[in-house]
Design a protein around this ligand. Structure first.
Ligand code: GDG
Length: 450
């Protein structure tokens, strides 16, 4: 079989302090099964732009990394990727900023990625490029003479054309995507938005572009096994002991404004206001490892959350009860799954999310005999599959507050029924299915299948 070459902005060499994310979880699984090369930024900045490409081999995967200069990091990563494209693609247009120098840096980094990747490629490779950081990469590679099949998967939403048009060079983004042999999206609305953008940018008729919907999933059995094994471990036992028998509501999100944490904390406070009878009877644990903390809007949201936690705890806490436990820490994945299994309610309320793997993990981590209830934002891609969750609009604070009360009161039979339906949905589109379907389609798109 031909070699798989995955390219993403940052690669996930297990390293201390790195914030894990959904993309890394997915790509690592594909690479673990198929072997091959994973190419991307090291996460380091260095003055020497001509520095070597560093290669490390682990578990049959070659990790090849390059550094960025501080200026490119500032303009490409903090600027164009995370202050222009990220908010725009998540429909959070008030956070969107544009600077043409950032855009130039984005083009430069994509050019550098292409130049550094080309010498590592072999004739039979299948190239799979991930996410919004690298949209121009296929065009750059083609300009350097690469003829191997190149696929692209967008982990985040693709916005409607009228939102995309806030970006001055929006047409370039759409045109760049046409250089891929296959483009994968998380949900049908994302693919439809892309198709509409193509029609908008090419009124006379767009070039033929293959696209498809490949919802990312999880390894259901592995998460279930991880979760039940973790229940016997010290960190999970200590956390459960600290609850003094009170049921737990859990949230696990990278500290990102798209995850709707400020709104969620306000909704929880509203829940405590509206349900005095439940005060002191449950605890909310929010785990939010820091991410992109050197970007202003991310440090602002951190402050807002600390204030909200202080307000709620100051107002409602008792000598033996803390309403919100808010941790900016990173935990091993297994421990997190154990925390989820120990919870009665999972609170997943992003303002917009490509998919949201935490919602899926919460379901798989539950004990089927006594499963917790999932409260899920209608604006997460996952809501299209997990229709048996308690679906909420994350901006409707009263709705979220009442959903917490309803989830808490949900009878066992209803929880079991909803859980079984959601497990079935998770099995329909699991992690292995995600990458195999995508790679099969990519090969088919180039007529490589016998
Ligand atoms: C992007 C899209 C899409 C979280 N905290 C810790 C930790 N995690 C793990 C979770 C989960 C992953 O990170 C987060 O994935 P999500 O999907 O929830 O969110 P994003 O990072 O925003 O991912 C998203 C995804 O890409 C995949 O396509 O679903 O829509 O935004 O697996 O468990 N893992 C560890 N410690 C933590 O503290 N080890």
């Amino acid at each position: 079989m031909s070699r798989l070459v995955c390219v993403s902005n940052r690669i996930s060499l297990p390293r201390r302090g790195a914030t894990p994310g959904g993309l890394a979880v997915g790509v690592l699984a594909a690479m673990r099964e198929q072997g091959g090369l994973w190419f991307g930024w090291s996460g380091e900045t260095s003055a020497d732009t001509a520095a070597r490409t560093q290669v490390a081999v682990r578990d049959q995967i070659s990790f090849a990394t390059i550094d960025l200069t501080q200026t490119l990091y500032d303009r490409y990563y903090r600027g164009f990727c995370n202050t222009t494209l990220w908010p725009l693609f998540h429909y959070l247009t008030d956070r969107f900023r544009y600077d043409h120098e950032w855009h130039d840096a984005y083009r430069t980094v994509n050019r550098q990625f292409a130049e550094r990747l080309v010498p590592l490629l072999e004739p039979g490779d299948r190239i799979w490029i991930h996410d919004y950081h690298l949209i121009p990469l296929a065009r750059e590679l083609r300009e350097l003479g690469v003829t191997q099949p190149i696929g692209f998967f967008l982990h985040i939403p693709f916005p409607h054309l009228e939102v995309l048009r806030l970006l001055p060079a929006y047409a370039e983004v759409v045109r760049d995507l046409t250089h891929y042999d296959l483009i994968g999206f998380q949900t049908e609305p994302d693919e439809l938005s892309f198709r509409a953008s193509l029609a908008g940018v090419y009124p006379e008729g767009a070039p033929a572009v293959r696209s498809g919907v490949f919802p990312i999933g999880i390894d259901v059995d592995a998460v279930a096994a991880e979760a039940s094994a973790a229940m016997r471990t010290e960190p999970v036992r200590r956390m459960v002991d600290g609850l003094l028998g009170r049921p737990l509501i859990i949230g696990v999100d990278r500290l990102d404004y798209s995850k709707g944490l400020v709104e969620r904390f306000t909704a929880y406070q509203l829940f405590l206001e509206r349900h005095a009878e439940l005060r002191g009877r449950l605890t909310y644990l929010q785990i939010a490892p820091l991410s992109r903390s050197d970007i202003q809007s991310y440090s602002q949201i951190r402050q807002a959350l600390e204030q909200a936690t202080g307000r709620t705890n100051g107002r409602f806490a008792d000598t033996d009860w803390t309403p919100i436990r808010y941790l900016n820490r990173n935990f091993p994945h297994g421990t997190l799954m154990g925390f989820m299994r120990a919870s009665q309610v999972g609170l997943v309320t992003p303002l917009r999310d490509g998919m949201n793997l935490v919602a899926k993990e919460f379901v798989a981590a539950q004990d089927p005999a006594d499963p917790g209830a999932l409260i899920l934002s209608s604006l997460a891609g996952a809501a299209r599959e997990l229709t048996s969750a308690v679906i909420v609009n994350p901006y409707d604070l009263r709705g979220v507050a009442e959903a917490i009360a309803a989830a808490f009161a949900m009878p066992l039979a209803e929880r079991q029924q909803r859980h079984a339906a959601m497990i079935e949905a998770l099995r329909r589109h699991d992690l292995r299915g995600w990458y195999t379907d995508f790679l099969v389609s990519l090969e088919a798109s180039r007529g490589l299948l016998r």
